[in-house]
Design a protein around this ligand. Structure first.
Ligand SMILES: *[C@@H]1O[C@H](CO)[C@@H](O)[C@H](O)[C@H]1NC(C)=O
Ligand SMILES: *[C@@H]1O[C@H](CO)[C@@H](O)[C@H](O)[C@H]1NC(C)=O
Length: 358
């Protein structure tokens, strides 16, 4: 095996382990916002597990965003029993991100007019939201609370606001899901919503595009989650044009896919050219080629005088045209009069060039 092949393999291996790790980590998490939350403090902010020391992990902690939490720690459980509501743990254990449902007994509602709420076990080992309180149908303090519109029962659909008659609610989908339908609703007097409830659809990307002359460094899957990152590499002698990675975006599409651009053969043999600021014979350049995006300056002869001027062309994906003024010297000129080749004679005076353009 050639050394270059071995290097490429090593490189592929390094990148693929990187992409696996980041795919799990970059799972979408809202930025830290702290309204309507009981707590005032959030755990330490982070981007990745390495930011958190060895006992903690970088996990999504609701409105706190990505935070350092110890996933094994638990929230208080069981909760003290109550006369007016039942509490059910919806997750196998009351540990970080577990969900708990508080449901009012028949005839009782919460102050926002709802029957039930869901609380989440936060990184600070407290359940999210306010302490549950269910009040009776005949409670005179909350006469409007018993008249509310029915709420959808869907884990992915998060609801803000009140369902009471005359109130407005806003919907939001869990991270990685997109809301289809109206994001706001209004509860009419007849306990009917103005619009149907929206639904949450999972966001995923199809497998990313293959690119010519390049490789995808990824585990093959039929669909990818939002935030997944995949790397591209180009085959030998091709230059990556664009970002070396693509990310599955919020709308289920991939970010801009790069291209692998070919080298260009130099359309001159018996004349020196300027590449990268150096005047060279084309056969002295690697394979007589230049990389994509490189400028090549050719020498052209003044139509009347015995002097040269230059014209520059840029290599684009395998194509490098010779400028119109360039003439390839004949084999005889090259062999017998090498010092008289256009690339070797004196450059024209700027004044001479002004007269040619007139
Ligand atoms: C409240 O709960 C009862 C059953 O416990 C159910 O029939 C009713 O639809 C619920 N109301 C709302 C607004 O969820
Ligand atoms: C090539 O020339 C163009 C202008 O003629 C310049 O903008 C570009 O930066 C040059 N490219 C390189 C690789 O030097």
């Amino acid at each position: 095996m050639e050394t270059s092949q071995l290097l490429l393999l090593l490189c592929v291996w390094a990148l693929s382990s990187l992409s696996l790790q980041s795919a799990e980590m970059i799972e979408h998490c809202p930025d830290r916002i702290l309204d309507n939350e009981k707590r005032r403090t959030c755990p330490k902010k982070c981007q990745q597990d390495n930011d958190c020391g060895n006992k903690r992990q970088c996990l999504c902690d609701g409105p706190c965003g990505l935070s350092c939490v110890a996933p094994g720690r638990t929230c208080p459980w069981p909760l003290p029993s109550s006369e007016h509501f039942d509490v059910t743990l919806l997750s196998p254990s009351p540990s970080f991100s577990a969900l708990l449902e508080v449901r009012c007994h028949p005839g009782y509602t919460m102050t926002n007019g709802l029957n039930a709420t869901i609380h989440r076990c936060q990184g600070d080992r407290q359940w999210s939201g306010d302490d549950p309180l269910c009040t009776g149908r005949n409670a005179e303090t909350e006469p409007e609370s018993k008249l509310a519109c029915p709420l959808p029962d869907h884990d992915l659909l998060l609801i803000h606001g009140s369902a009471a008659i005359g109130s407005t609610i806003q919907y939001q989908c869990a991270p990685g899901y997109v809301l289809v339908g109206s994001s706001e609703n209004f509860c009419h007097k007849d306990q009917m919503w103005r619009y149907p409830h929206p639904v949450c659809q999972r966001v995923f990307c199809p497998p990313p595009q293959e690119i010519n002359h390049g490789y995808l460094v990824a585990v093959q899957k039929s669909e990818y989650n939002m935030g997944d990152t995949i790397y591209y590499l180009c085959k030998k002698n091709f230059l990556l044009d664009g970002p070396n990675q693509v990310t599955c975006q919020l709308d289920g599409t991939w970010s801009t896919v790069p291209s692998c651009r070919a080298r260009c053969p130099i359309p001159a043999q018996r004349s020196r050219v300027i590449v990268g600021g150096v005047k060279s014979w084309p056969y002295d350049l690697t394979d007589g080629m230049v990389t994509h995006g490189e400028n090549v300056t050719f020498f052209c002869k003044h139509p009347q005088k015995s002097c040269s001027f230059t014209a520059t062309e840029t290599c684009f994906d395998g194509l490098l045209p010779a400028p119109n003024c360039y003439r390839e010297p004949t084999w005889f000129q090259y062999k017998l009069y090498p010092h008289r080749l256009v690339s070797e004679i004196n450059p024209c005076d700027p004044a001479d060039l002004d007269s040619t353009s007139e």
